[in-house]
Design a binder for this molecule. Structure first.
Ligand SMILES: Cc1cc2nc3c(=O)[nH]c(=O)nc-3n(C[C@H](O)[C@H](O)[C@H](O)COP(=O)(O)OP(=O)(O)OC[C@H]3O[C@@H](n4cnc5c(N)ncnc54)[C@H](O)[C@@H]3O)c2cc1C
Length: 422
């Protein structure tokens, strides 16, 4: 098809990204007989393969892996798949329906054009009636500017490059950030016998199990994961919140930083500054620990209320009592004095949609959309955290959003066909 004066191979739909989100929408489009192609810059499951550490396990239980037409069918639904099993699950998904996937093809530009979109790639130029952006939201490592002032002999890595304790030079390790990754990486180093200094933040935490069941299973039953972003008390603001920390490691358990402190981990408040070898921290450690416990206790209380309201027979549980509290607020740590040889930055990611040339982005470069449907007709997003609900950026909910988008695309395709016919 001639598009913009050039001959371009045309597809009804082009899906950008071939991991769980891209494959999910591909499955749904195929089921509706809608022609499409999936471009994957690397290999399917790339982020799981390359950006997770060796001991990584899902935090969400396996039964929540419910990609369209391919619900988890392994022998451990209440367990938490390790990294390599997650990759195998995604590979098996692709094998199950043979999507029109082109690996090793990066989309370099998407722009609206007459009748649809022009899509440039590292493997030629294409056109499409619709485009689904399914590249997740975690593209660029978030690092603070002060990282540039860290003395040159200290090794610095982002959580996405962390693999195992042996990868780091001997000595203590400073971990910055207590979201999911920070807490789990700090634990990984701690278990390996490395002395960890951990700069905490305001991330909340959640119990692994409560009243005889995994908390995720209670929250699922309570309808928590069906809540659309528009009805969340924080509205779209929930998209910027850190995830609750907990782990699936060892069959699943709580992460209580107070227990780590009792075992020798050095906890600090929020990282404030780096001046030479001196790392300056805020006097908010107690507040951060209390804040995490508050969310833990609040979620448990909501489960208690649900159990009461529905007369459910569930074992009682003693209220949480903090086993440790900081006696002083440490306000700095000296990298040299403490023999800290490495810093692991666990401050999350930024997204990069700069290859999309369409008037849909706000000042923070977040796309305007409602459940993935943007104001530019035919341009869609899938797989972003809280795109629609808690599970949108996870195995739990990406399939439901993919079905929704495939329906929208199907309706658009048939109205375009009618437009051509009449
Ligand atoms: C540390 C961490 C832990 C997580 N733990 C869980 C968990 O326990 N449970 C859970 O359900 N979810 C979890 N998630 C969230 C989520 O499931 C993952 O982020 C998952 O990788 C998202 O899948 P995706 O397909 O949306 O995006 P990605 O897996 O990021 O895949 C996007 C794909 O797009 C490709 N791509 C990017 N740009 C282009 C381009 N321009 N052209 C073509 N291809 C491109 C990439 O190569 C990549 O393969 C976690 C996320 C992180 C970061």
């Amino acid at each position: 098809m001639a598009h913009g004066g050039k001959m371009r191979e045309h597809h009804e739909v082009i899906v950008v990204g071939g991991s769980q989100a891209g494959l999910s929408v591909s499955h749904c489009l195929a089921a509706r007989g809608i022609g499409h192609v999936v471009f994957e810059a690397n290999r399917i499951g790339h982020a799981w393969r390359t950006q997770r550490w060796d001991s990584f396990c899902l935090v969400t239980p396996n039964w929540q892996c419910r990609l369209p037409g391919f619900a988890y069918a392994g022998g451990d639904p209440d367990g938490f798949m390790p990294r390599d099993d997650i990759v195998a699950y995604i590979e098996a998904y692709a094998k199950s329906f043979a999507p029109p996937l082109r690996e090793g093809v990066r989309v370099t530009a998407v722009r609206p054009a007459a009748g649809g979109f022009e899509v440039d790639t590292t493997s030629g130029d294409f056109s499409a009636g619709s485009v689904v952006i399914a590249i997740g939201g975690y593209h660029l490592a978030r690092l603070p500017a002060m990282a540039q002032r860290v003395p040159a002999d200290i090794v610095q890595i982002h959580s996405s490059a962390y693999k195992n304790p042996e990868q780091l030079p001997p000595g203590d390790v400073l971990v910055v950030g207590t979201g999911q990754s920070g807490c789990q990486i700090a634990e990984d180093l701690h278990i390996a016998g490395r002395r960890v200094h951990l700069c905490t933040g305001s991330a909340p935490r959640v119990a692994r199990r409560y009243r005889g069941r995994d908390v995720v299973s209670w929250l699922e039953e309570m309808g928590h994961y069906d809540l659309p972003v528009e009805e969340h008390p924080l509205g779209a603001g929930v998209r910027a919140k850190s995830n609750h920390y907990v782990t699936g490691r060892g069959g699943g358990r709580d992460i209580d930083l107070r227990v780590f402190a009792m075992q020798g981990m050095q906890l600090y408040g929020r990282l404030r500054n780096i001046e030479g070898s001196l790392v300056v921290t805020a006097p908010d450690l107690a507040r951060n620990l209390d804040g995490a416990d508050e969310s833990f206790t609040k979620i448990n209380a909501s489960i208690d209320a649900y159990i009461r309201a529905h007369g459910i027979d569930a074992p009682a549980e003693a209220p949480y009592v903090p086993p440790w509290s900081p006696q002083i607020e440490p306000e700095s740590v000296d990298l040299v004095e403490q023999n800290i040889g490495a810093i692991v930055w666990c401050m999350g990611f930024r997204s990069d949609f700069s290859f999309i040339d369409a008037p849909i982005f706000d000042e923070r470069f977040y796309p305007e959309h409602r459940r993935g449907v943007t104001p530019v007709d035919g341009l869609y997003f899938l797989g972003l955290p809280w795109l629609h609900s808690w599970g949108s950026g996870r195995f739990a909910g990406v399939g439901r959003d993919a079905e929704f988008l495939a329906d929208r695309i199907g309706a658009r395709v048939s109205s375009c066909q009618k437009g051509l016919l009449f």
